[in-house]
Design a protein around this ligand. Sequence first.
Ligand SMILES: NC(=O)c1ccc[n+]([C@@H]2O[C@H](COP(=O)([O-])OP(=O)(O)OC[C@H]3O[C@@H](n4cnc5c(N)ncnc54)[C@H](OP(=O)(O)O)[C@@H]3O)[C@@H](O)[C@H]2O)c1
Length: 234
Amino acid sequence: MSKALITGGSRGLGKSIADALALKGWSCTLVARDEPKLKDTISKLKDPKQHNYVPLDLSKPELIEDAIGPLFIGKDYHLLVNCAGKTDRSLVVNTSITELQSVINTNLTSSLILSKLAAKAMMRRKINGSIINIASVLAERPMVGSVAYVTSKAGMVGMTKALALELTRSKIRCNAILPGLMETDMGEMVNSKLFDQLLQGDVKKDVVDLVMFLVEHESITGSTLTVDNGFTVR
Ligand SMILES: NC(=O)c1ccc[n+]([C@@H]2O[C@H](COP(=O)([O-])OP(=O)(O)OC[C@H]3O[C@@H](n4cnc5c(N)ncnc54)[C@H](OP(=O)(O)O)[C@@H]3O)[C@@H](O)[C@H]2O)c1
């Protein structure tokens, strides 16, 4: 059975990705902070006993190696999806340095540390694995009030390309998906009037389908794929 580690797997996009993987027979490890929510999500996946979770605050980089490293020992993980995310809530000049760091740590630093740990484990066990980073269209089209978020997501795009380059020899792939607005807890915080002129496709569903496509297509690495109802060309 193929194994996947999905951060932010407790709700929103990460939960939908876990759902799709479980339906295809994958075993999922979900990482997020809210333990009751993680338990509840696992109980609703296909074959709940095949899945597990790790409650962890990814805004604290110093905790990640001890919490996640042991998971990879003796286990064949084929996929890491860095999906946990957090946004800014105010203009950069009004945001505390602690809050700016929390956004960068949750979105970018945790993804870098987890990618390193997962890639090392895949190399050790000679697995042709895959890393998928959930970035954002805001990496390319910033909006006011999102400086730390945009910084983190643009960082994920650069990280994806650099990781893909380093990991190609080990046949480990790394790609990024840049979603536009999705109807999740995070999406509800955005002023949706900005999106009135766009196509009205289901971005979350299409991102999930794209994750499944990327998992199965071994020639794709170092790519950044946009799913945004036309936001970036408006
Ligand atoms: N929604 C959109 O419109 C949109 C657009 C573009 C990109 N994205 C990206 O898509 C990804 C998924 O977002 P979403 O819309 O599904 O958001 P969401 O519904 O708010 O879910 C966020 C997930 O991340 C986890 N998380 C947040 N902070 C965390 C922390 N410090 N440590 C561990 N886990 C943490 C949450 O679980 P806990 O709260 O339990 O920790 C939850 O599982 C994010 O990377 C986001 O930036 C979203």
